[in-house]
Design a protein around this ligand. Sequence first.
Ligand code: ZN
Ligand code: ZN
Length: 415
Amino acid sequence: MAFARNIAIFTISVSFLTFVAFFGRLPALRNTPIGFLHRLLAIHIPRALRVIDICFTDGRITGGTSRLGYHLMYESHPLVLIFFLGLITASTALFVPSVWPYLPLHHKLLIPVILALPYLFTYLSARRNTEGCITASNHASQMRHYPYDRILYYPGNHCRTCKFLKPARSKHCSICNTCVARADHHCIWVNNCLGRGNYRWFLALLLSTGVMIAYGAYVAYIVLTPLVRHHYIQYEPWYRYRNYPTNGALWENFDTKLHKFVTCASIALDVGGLCLSGVGLLALLTWPLPLALLAYHVYLIWAGMTTNESAKWADWRDDMNDGVVFLGLRKEEAVEHAKRQPKTGNLDAEEPPTTWPLQSRHIIIRTMDGKPPLNIPSRIKNVAKESSFERCWSLNEVENVYDLGFWENFLEAMR
Ligand SMILES: [Zn+2]
Ligand SMILES: [Zn+2]
């Protein structure tokens, strides 16, 4: 029982820390306990350890570990990818042989398919993304995908490394050393940038991994249930007298159910061992992780933004809460001009015509002192209506030109 309890505690702890590592960085969770815990683990505790280390060893220990941490987080390496593939390969190698004799034929046919898909989508997400990497040869066509909204993206910005104009919605990744079209984020899981061309494979990877893990937990459940039921009466005669609480009190009922669950889990770990029950428990605790991350990306698609843009919108929202953001309207002729530009217009222009169906009508600016803007930069002044700026308190007042509605956004992300 002690062994079973240790496995359970270890698995729950690893699952929880993985959850915090996965989700704590998301802008949507910035002001939640998960975001706080992530900052505590990733920033505050390392900083405190560094102060202590500087006092005692002149920073030698934390210097080495921070270089390692920097390498893991901000340099190109396949360690997380290898860990992920190693974990699912090892879990599969332990789990499948131990459940195989108990399974009916349809599960035996289904298992190879469900196991193969995460490997396939990992490969498709991790390989070089020729469609999303912006190069000199595809730069002109990349400039024509999205208009500059003058909220998150302005025309005329050059990438200092790649030496060309940054297309709207693109971002330079210093790890991949390239500008990425419709940049979502650099994913250390697949050691690649996710953007135009491979974002859909990443979504497929999340879905297939979540389904595979949930399926593993289900298979463990159907194989273990008869074994646990068989052992149950032997292990826990006490339960037979507690099965139906006489007074029906809520707590006693809960206590009985909890006791039954813990007993069953312990029996399952004893009869199934590490191969079946250990992997099954790991699957039971971790299947929501990829699916929750997938749900977050479905939310991003619904909202018409990338992970990169969600951070920019979150910054605007924080500034709006501080009352330092002003919303103005673009000159109608500027919007109409952008709409009317022929599809074959000047492709070398700073702001070439795009195939995107919407044009931004809004401009927002922040002021340092929270007072209405007086000295408006010329790049804004040229396209904004004079004296149209009013204080903006909420993101709901601002148009997101990249949001075409959920279905269109979804098709666009899948393309
Ligand atoms: Zn670049
Ligand atoms: Zn990258």
